[in-house]
Write a protein that binds this ligand. Sequence first.
Ligand code: BEZ
Length: 393
Amino acid sequence: MNLLRTTLIASAIAATFSAPLALAQTTSAAAPKLKVGLMLPYTGTFAALGNAIENGFRLHVAEQGGKLGGREIEFVKVDDESDPSKATDNVNKLIKRDNVDVLVGTVHSGVAMGMAKVAKDTGTLLIVPNAGADIVTGAMCAPNIFRSSFSNWQPGYAMGEVMAKKGLKKVVTITWKYAAGDESVKGFKESFEKSGGKVVKELSLPFPGVEFQALLTEIAATKPDAVFTFFAGGGAVKFVKDYAAAGLKKTIPLYGSGFLTDGTLEAQGADADGLMTALHYADSLNTPRDNAFRLAYAKAYKLQPDVYAVQGYDAAQMLAAGLSAVKGDMSKKAELSAAIENAKINSPRGPFTLSKAHNPVQDIYLRQVSGKENKVIGIASKGLVDPARGCKS
Ligand code: BEZ
């Protein structure tokens, strides 16, 4: 058990034994535990992302003494393997077999779409702690569906504006062929071409493939001014290393949504140095809020946090906001949703509110890799609101 949790538990025990009357009252009126279904990838290219999200979520719960809205939290976990074909079965297991009260997941956009469909059909509260699938807070938006992370459109759109301002004209994009890649590129293209740039080639390979060689050869032959990319997790590590090994880093600047270099810098080493990306978090924010979070996370897990840890932490904060408004009574669905919808989340990334479609309205930072950090070098887009296309609520 880590130091932080040990300390929190010890102080909870001390408080309990110094107040026997309070103990008697709590025991007789104790609400059943609140079951949180964590549906995350614990294997495959996104495994580290799933673990960081869980760590962040648990950290906030531990900071609240193990309870949200007065209810103790119990976790039920499923490894979704970032496999959309298993999403419906996995989420149904959590709802029907394990009777979870709330779903928290996931990382992969395709899996999240499956989760959102079941959540919408069953009315189960869903908080998405990463997957950016635009549709989740677009056409599928619902009173019980929230996101603590971003829409795929957001970092892409912000980076398109930055790259156009740099005077870049001819860009090649490269990504995995699935919702997150397609939508990141679409967001990028929207703002980049609006400002006079041109996407001259859109390259892709199936998720989670890492056979980049032929595509890198095509980039070299096309000679664009720059490359924009979306990759994450293990795939991002390999892409950045292969890009440098192919000699492209020196001749064709590489940009991306920030997942390209988040949680990956140890493995990417010097090959990531200098890369510029856009994201709603960075390692050098140096605010009292973020410093406290980073310290607590490092103490608890002996690891540095990344954007995924922040999103998990904030998913727990959002759940806490809802649960405390209804004093842990999940049957008060409308009240619970309204409380989350209207919450101002005191996030390590900076405070954020939620849009009508329940996606964070947030600053997107421009970052540059220096040493083992994604350092903030500016704001790519201030208070960026996802357009929530197709959301009718
Ligand atoms: C996605 O599938 O939405 C996603 C996966 C990893 C990082 C960011 C987005």
